[in-house]
Design a protein around this ligand. Structure first.
Ligand code: ACM
Ligand code: ZN
Length: 778
């Protein structure tokens, strides 16, 4: 009803007024720019309905920020409905309305601003819109002089698409101080998001004070110092070595953060991991393990992660219930997250107590034992008036009756749960893992892997088309996760999260019809100005240049298009391997490349290079564009770009997941290249990759044989590997076999996989990977 009135108002728009820029993110549901503006100055009054503390809190929040940035203290006055007061009016609508809990109406003309909503949540979201209508300096923590605090004339009707719009922060892998947690909450608030998922416990540190179990903060919160080593290559703690790295939040600090979030109309969702990702608990309370012994709080990742709480021991549940009693007291939100992910069952299989529990409970297997475990914890939480949420592994062995599922291994777990009538929060790794790379890994700080660009995040739709309308109602919304294995400082956490949070906010708030990538990538530059004022270390990954390559086999040339996430950027490039500068040619049309070339390209704004140049090496050789037959196909997870991968002229990068490498698990590739006609061959060079930490090893040797007719092959020539399997790092190695101008049309290449990981390796006896790319024929 109110929406219809709004539309009627919208149609009375006046003509011929100059418009101030409006760049609201997330884009509102409907907005009309009316021209003109309201100026906030020392005369402006804040008019809030009398006797309503919630409204006053929102009005005070607005006035506080305005004062910080402008130095102006806005006077308050009582607003009585029916009056046509001048100033900034905050009011609640009397009747429940299509606006819902978080929607708001905002009208700005030259006499007043009226912000109205059904609840204070809606008013708070509306305040974020007013901030975004003001100059970016409104986000300043110090007074900015000579700013006209003009709010453009608009009429806005706005409400979110999804009720759950979350951001997660892992404070276990690396501990983040209270001040940063608050800043992170401020970022969530400015994006009109409403859930802060606080990942408080994991193998690398327990982060919350629990009075009943003091050793959790004395022991489980600390690990030995391995700050100088890469997270995935740390040395194990030595016996007796002092644990000095870590930290935790006291109960008072937790209360302070919960209150800080509440003031921003954000719910804090605490996560207490079980039954896996809990070895830090065992370091303090080894009696809760299956096998006993000594446990350390690990200073990095070790894999596989077998240690787990014993499901057959009643003490485990006494512990969990004792912890949850105190957690429930601290967090007023409706949900408690119990983790549930990646619980390896090896220990349970070998444990008498766990096996006895399976038997007496008539359970089929360890998956059912996990389900029984989680269901028991759910009952405990439900009895305390809380709902339980867990990662999608809690589906395995049967979902607890009331559980909500957070789907991280893709959308499938969420789909399955929604079909069973359970609520779901979508958080698939493909779109929502902000620990992934966001631009070319060659130029980015080390990340855990993956590739989740701004555009990918923007394309996130939490509601899969497979769901019926009825099932889709169970999709509460979406959330991004910031795991901190490779994120050790607040500045780096900002770098990984802030730009992508802006894209996620719009994907979760704005109606699908309003999502527009071109509009968004123009508006995000205004968001970057706000971040500049706030001193947020945002990623400029959207300024990176990408290469879109097409090879024309007939003409033997590449057509190269340079693309970016920026709208209409100024790209300068070089073709000689040097870095581009402002005087290098400007990219305006497809580049045609017909010889071995290094392309370097970067975006310039106001004469300044915005992000490190992107570089692409194109290699021309005799096999370019040839047909390739495979004896064994690559693993489906690492297919490269298909059957042209080895002869496409494009070399794989140091990131083996860049989509350019072909991976073989345990298998030895065996390919036959057809050059199309007989040619003189002087050498065949294949490129391989080694990274033992990822179970990828160079081949033992390669064998190359030549044939003129494809039937009779000359005896093979070989090249043997000389690099040790335990050599650290990401190794790209060329294996070259020479010939004396031998005539051939067919080339057969076999590369011998080492087969299994060596005895000293974490994965000893497991299948070894072999990664191969370009086979250069000269
Ligand atoms: C997860 O990423 N293990 C939930
Ligand atoms: Zn056990």
């Amino acid at each position: 009803m109110l929406f219809l009135i709004m539309l009627a108002m919208i149609s009375c728009k006046e003509e011929n007024k100059t418009l101030l820029p409006v760049n609201i993110i997330p884009a509102p549901l409907s907005m009309v720019e009316e021209g003109g503006f309201y100026q906030i100055n020392a005369e402006t009054k804040i008019l809030a309905e009398a006797g309503n503390a919630e409204i006053k809190n929102v009005a005070d929040y607005f006035a506080d920020q305005f004062k910080r940035a402008s130095g102006i203290v806005l006077q308050s006055d009582e607003f009585k409905d029916g009056e046509s007061g001048k100033g900034i009016i905050f009011k609640l609508l009397k009747t429940a309305d299509s606006l819902g809990k978080e929607g708001y109406l905002l009208t700005v003309d030259k006499k007043k601003i009226i912000l109205s909503a059904v609840t204070a949540d809606g008013l708070f979201r509306g305040v974020q819109t007013i901030f975004q209508l003001l100059p970016p300096e409104i986000y300043s923590e110090t007074v900015k002089e000579n700013i006209q605090w003009n709010v453009p004339g608009v009429k806005i009707y706005d409400k979110p698409r999804y009720a759950w719009r979350g951001m997660h922060l892992d404070v276990s892998r690396h501990f983040f101080p209270k001040e940063f947690v608050k800043r992170y909450i401020d970022l969530i608030a400015m994006h009109k998001m409403n859930v802060f998922h606080w990942h408080l416990t994991d193998d690398n540190g327990w982060r919350i004070q629990i009075d009943k179990y003091p050793k959790l903060t004395e022991i489980s919160a600390w690990h030995v110092d391995r700050e100088h080593q890469p997270w995935d290559q740390v040395d194990k703690p030595k016996p007796g070595e002092k644990a000095t790295i870590g930290g935790f939040y006291t109960k008072d600090e937790v209360r302070e953060i919960v209150a800080y979030a509440a003031q921003r109309h954000i719910t804090v969702l605490p996560e207490i991991e079980m039954p896996g990702h809990s070895s830090e608990v065992l370091a303090a309370y080894p009696e809760l393990s299956c096998k006993g012994g000594t446990f350390y709080v690990e200073p990095g990742t070790y894999w596989p992660n077998l240690d787990i709480l014993c499901a057959g021991n009643d003490q485990t549940f006494e512990f969990i219930e004792g912890v949850l009693d105190e957690v429930v007291e601290l967090f007023p939100g409706p949900y408690i997250h119990i983790g549930g992910d990646e619980a390896d069952k090896t220990r349970w299989i070998a444990c008498k107590k766990c096996q006895s529990r399976i038997k007496t409970g008539n359970m089929k297997d360890e998956a059912e034992l996990q389900s029984w475990f989680i269901t028991r914890v759910e009952k405990y939480l439900n009895d305390k008036g809380k709902r339980m949420i867990g990662w999608d592994e809690i589906l395995e062995g049967g979902l607890a009756p009331e559980a909500t599922v957070m789907s991280w291994r893709g959308f499938e777990g969420g789909i399955e749960a929604a079909r069973m009538g359970h609520d779901v929060v979508m958080s698939p790794g493909t779109h929502c893992y902000f620990d992934h790379y966001q631009a070319n890994p060659d130029f980015e700080p080390r990340a855990i892997g993956g590739f989740t660009t701004l555009k990918k995040v923007y394309s996130f739709d939490p509601t899969p088309t497979e769901l019926t309308a009825e099932e889709a109602k169970h999709v509460l919304g979406g959330q991004a996760n910031l795991w901190s294995e490779f994120i050790s400082t607040p500045k780096h956490a900002e770098y990984m999260s802030s730009s992508r949070m802006t894209a996620l906010a719009e994907a979760l708030w704005s109606p699908k019809e309003n999502l527009n990538w071109d509009s968004f990538r123009q508006r995000i530059n205004e968001q970057f100005k706000r971040y500049d004022v706030m001193g947020v270390n945002y990623s400029k990954g959207s300024f990176a240049v990408n290469f879109d390559l097409k090879f024309d086999n007939q003409k033997q040339e590449f057509a190269v298009n340079l693309t970016t996430e920026q709208l209409n950027p100024e790209i300068h490039f070089t073709l000689d391997g040097t870095a581009p500068s402002i005087t290098s040619p400007v990219y305006s049309a497809t580049l045609v490349i017909n010889k071995t070339t290094t392309i370097s390209a970067a975006i310039f704004v106001n004469g300044e290079m915005k992000e490190a140049p992107s570089v692409k090496n194109l290699v021309f050789h005799q096999a370019l564009g040839s047909k390739v037959k495979y004896g064994v196909m690559p693993d489906s997870r690492y297919p490269g770009i298909g059957e042209s991968t080895l002869v496409d002229g494009i070399k794989g990068s140091e990131n083996h997941t860049d989509g350019l490498w072909q991976g073989f698990e345990g298998d030895s590739p065996d390919v036959e290249i057809d050059l199309g006609s007989i040619k003189n061959i002087s050498s065949v060079t294949a490129t391989f990759y080694q990274r033992w930490k990822s179970w990828i090893f160079l081949p033992e040797k390669i064998e190359v044989s030549l044939s003129e007719d494809g039937k009779t092959f000359a005896p093979p020539r070989s090249y043997k590997n000389t690099i040790p399997a335990n050599q650290d790092g990401r190794i790209i190695e060329e294996f070259k076999v020479n010939f004396q101008n031998q005539k051939a049309q067919f080339i057969r290449l076999k590369a011998k996989n080492t087969g299994v990981c060596p005895p000293w390796h974490d994965g000893a006896g497991g299948k070894a990977w072999l990664f191969v790319d370009e086979v250069v024929v000269e």
